[in-house]
Design a protein around this ligand. Structure first.
Ligand code: FES
Length: 380
């Protein structure tokens, strides 16, 4: 059905494009990638591209992210960053914005150099847009700050690959100088005339329009949606930014009567997740019966016993299994596994789809055993 996307090195229009279906079963292993280029995008944001000429493991779907493993000051850190390039550009590029006290982001924006070699996991994630050439669709995007990163990949791919489709972007920042990819977005707007609308919403710079001056809260999101021409019937809404913005915009979209299934989002991180997590762990700390757990990774089984108030990921790592993970906060989905036997209870889930949960997939960083015997596979 989607043969157009099949990898073919000889056809330069295909680039690094793949489908989520084609990625099924691929291994979540770290690869060594050389930094090919670093661009200063804004004062506190760089974009970084990698040399992937030797591997097809890095074919990706617009919207996906890469997970990095790096030792900084003697501590291993893992972080995920969204891909900002389109697979059609035949380039793998991410953007990193420095956050206050962010150890990885400070290192990447200050110390990373061209030709450095990083440990990188192949592209992952369910926050995706897979356009096809025959489609004639309208897409709406809401981004805040570095939340533009996956949306830029989607926008470029839609414009190039689906010539009858359009994209409208609402992009929140503090001021003009902090708009990441401002010039690239303007160039796209000029190149694909009439197919990309961009509305910058600035919280600290008055552009002479009250609607575009302030944060993207629920009321503002509603007003922005209400201003869209009634002829626009979006095929999908794509939201990326901090949790509060995601909730506000989602509520506004739902209240506008849109089908909830059309709303796709990706959180930066979830403060709510970590606090709920602590509560859950405290609540369950009285249940001390041990469970016998087996995790399967690359066909290899690791057995261990664990308490019901511990998460399977932590217990598996302690038992020596090299389970893939990044955020440990229910957001990135890197630690996804399938429950083959027994029951687990997930504390939080911000990244698995309903369909995946129905199929038995769980986030191992959030899963606590709820039966005496549990078998989970990271290979399915
Ligand atoms: S490690 Fe990110 S969701 Fe589990």
């Amino acid at each position: 059905m989607l043969g157009f996307f099949k990898k073919n090195k000889a056809d330069s229009t295909i680039g690094l494009m793949t489908t989520v279906a084609a990625q099924k079963g691929s291994k979540s292993r770290f690869h060594k990638l050389r930094v090919a280029d670093i661009r200063q995008e804004t004062e506190d944001c760089v974009s970084v591209s990698f040399d992937v000429s030797d591997t097809t493991a890095f074919n990706f779907v617009p919207g996906q992210y890469l997970t990095f493993k790096q030792e900084i000051n003697g501590e291993e850190l893992r972080r995920s960053y969204s891909i900002c390039s389109s697979p059609l550009e035949n380039e793998l590029r991410i953007a990193v914005k420095r956050v206050p006290e962010g150890r990885f982001s400070s290192w990447a924006t200050n110390d990373l150099k061209v030709n450095d070699v990083l440990e990188v996991m192949p592209p992952m994630g369910n926050f995706i847009l897979e356009p096809t050439p025959a489609q004639e669709e309208e897409y709406i995007g809401f981004a805040a700050g570095s939340g533009i990163t996956p949306l830029l990949s989607m926008i470029k791919t839609v414009l190039q690959h689906s010539p009858k489709s359009r994209f409208t972007l609402f992009y929140g920042n503090k001021k003009t100088a902090s708009i990441i990819f401002k010039n690239e977005l303007e160039d796209l707007k000029d190149k694909y005339l009439g197919r990309l609308d961009i509305h910058h919403v600035l919280s600290r710079e008055d552009q002479g329009n009250d609607l575009l001056f302030g944060r993207i809260d629920e009321a503002r999101a509603k007003s922005l949606i209400d201003k869209l021409p009634s002829s626009i019937l979006p095929a999908g809404y794509f939201l990326c930014g901090p949790e509060e913005m995601i909730h506000n915009v989602s509520d506004a979209i739902k209240n506008s009567g849109a089908d909830q299934k059309k709303i796709h989002f990706e959180l930066f991180s979830s403060d709510q997740a970590s606090s709920k997590l602590k509560e859950e762990k405290k609540e369950s700390s009285s249940k001390q019966n041990l469970s016998s757990v087996t995790v399967v990774l690359d066909g290899e089984k690791t057995h261990f016993e664990q308490k019901p108030n511990d998460f399977v990921l932590d217990a598996a790592l302690a038992a020596g299994a090299d389970i893939p993970y990044a955020c440990k906060g229910a957001v990135c989905c890197t630690c996804r596994a399938k429950v083959l036997e027994g029951d687990v209870e997930m504390s939080m889930n911000y990244s698995l789809t309903e369909e995946e949960v129905e199929e038995g997939y769980v986030l191992s960083c959030q899963s606590m055993p709820r039966s005496s015997n549990v078998v989970m596979s990271f290979d399915d």
